[in-house]
Write a protein that binds this ligand. Structure first.
Ligand code: ATP
Length: 429
């Protein structure tokens, strides 16, 4: 039986992942596999923080169980296989009583719960990453699959919950989240030390931002989450979570390992037919105007793509990506990744495929030894120092600061779904 929930938190508190941990502990069924933490369209205006929905499979587990977390000190196990021929309505009722008692009351918090025996069509997942969905579209999938649902407020959460039931985990990473710290507050230096230590585990990524010398695993203190450690390797998180050193340092009473579409670029549509609002995509295009800066340190230029002019922006927080972007010149061939909103493509990463070449008339200095050259008649110049000669009208190629290759924003400016350049997801299989 598959169960998904969404929209239980507000900027003031709670976190849907935390609610899922409690639900797993209290639902009275075995957890099959790992719970899914599914990020959806990052451009959606309704999101509280990172637009995440949660899903999990429950049943009667078989095979040998693995401890994948704890709830208030009690172990949470996961079974590799299992099944449940139950009534989705009954499971939905149990889930609704737990969610109903825990969700954060707020006018913009509209929890949704969906319970189904079958996964939803994958298209629903991709659509929810690419555009704004209507509740009716989620309800249609619920009806088609004989699923049960419960809602609070306006029930918008069933959109995200339905999309989570359509995620096929084709590309995935893992996140170990720890909650409810009981120990004293940590200094910045202590936090940085812990974050650095987590990066000694195989496959762990984005625990720190080296450019800014900042730890990234500790989110806003307004939620029960104390830390989240991301990895492409499940075993490394399992090992971390069972190590005495980790538990002593974290001093947290609850934890769980999720599998997730974070770091996968699942939001990116390669070379779409056209750019529509809220789509995230990668396009290969030619720079058609010299980048200009506007207030706030943001840079803009236009590119030619499929016969259209597209405005591209590199915003200030993207730092070195913005710096590389600012040195583009008309004629450069680039591949860019980003989200398209209100007519502007907001740059996430960029590959310079080839830099255009430009030439300037010879400056009158020798190309061999840089000394002054003298006009010796008949359109020829001669170097006063080494005797090198050149054609009076010769041109030399301008040196470009921009190198070919990839450019990206520092980790603290990367979105949850963003796949860092070079992150190899093969290990996650
Ligand atoms: P957190 O990351 O802290 O859990 P959040 O950022 O996920 O919070 P929610 O509180 O879950 O934000 O609110 C997001 C809301 O947007 C949910 O109701 C979800 O169903 C809805 N939603 C998500 N994607 C789409 C979409 N593509 N179209 C329309 N609604 C969407």
């Amino acid at each position: 039986m598959l169960l998904a929930i969404d929209d239980t938190d507000s900027p003031r508190g709670m976190c849907t992942t935390y609610l899922m941990v409690r639900l797993i502990h209290e639902i009275g069924l075995d957890l099959i596999g790992l719970p899914g933490l599914v990020r959806l369209n990052p451009n959606i205006r309704y999101k509280t923080r990172g637009n995440a929905a949660l899903c999990a499979e429950f049943g009667e587990g078989n095979g040998s169980k693995t401890q994948v977390g704890t709830w208030m000190g009690n172990p949470i196990y996961s079974w590799p296989g299992g099944h449940l021929d139950g009534d989705p309505e009954e499971v939905a009722d149990i889930a609704a009583s737990i969610v109903g008692g825990m969700y954060e009351r707020d006018e913009n918090t509209n929890p949704g719960i969906v319970v189904s025996e079958k996964a939803f069509p994958e298209k629903l997942y991709h659509d929810t990453l690419q555009r704004e969905m209507q509740k009716e579209e989620a309800l249609a999938a619920i009806r088609d699959h004989g699923a049960a649902y419960r809602e609070f407020g306006n029930g918008r959460g069933i959109i995200g919950a339905s999309a989570a039931l359509a995620w096929r985990k084709r590309r995935r990473t893992f996140e170990l989240i720890v909650y409810d710290r009981t120990g004293p507050a940590l200094s910045r230096t202590q936090r940085m030390k812990i974050a650095n230590w987590t990066e000694t585990f195989q496959g762990v990524f984005n625990s720190t931002d080296g450019d800014r010398n900042t730890p990234l695993i500790f989110p806003s203190p307004r939620t029960p989450v104390f830390a989240g450690i991301r990895s492409i390797n499940f075993q490394s998180l399992l090992e971390m979570n069972s190590s005495a050193a980790f538990n002593e340092t974290m001093a947290c009473s609850s934890s769980l390992i999720f599998e997730t579409n974070q770091g996968t670029d699942d939001h990116i549509v390669e070379n779409p037919d056209r750019l529509t609002d809220m789509i995230s995509c990668s396009i290969t295009c030619v720079v058609s105007s010299t980048p200009v800066s506007r207030t706030g340190g943001h840079w803009f230029c236009t590119v030619d793509w499929k016969g259209n002019k597209v405005e591209v922006a590199a915003f200030e927080p993207s730092k070195r990506l913005r710096h590389a972007f600012s040195s583009l010149e008309p004629g450069d061939l680039i591949r860019i990744f980003g989200s398209y909103n209100s007519g502007v493509l907001n740059l996430e990463k960029m590959e310079v495929v080839s830099a255009s070449r430009s030439f300037s008339r010879s400056s009158g200095r020798c190309r061999r030894c840089d000394s002054q050259m003298r006009n010796v008649g008949k359109g020829t110049r001669k170097c006063v120092s080494c005797g090198n000669t050149c054609d009076f009208n010769s041109f030399i190629e301008d040196q470009r600061e921009l190198a070919r290759g990839w450019f990206q924003a520092p980790p603290s400016s990367q979105r949850h779904l963003y796949r860092p350049v070079g992150l190899d997801l093969a290990e996650s299989a």
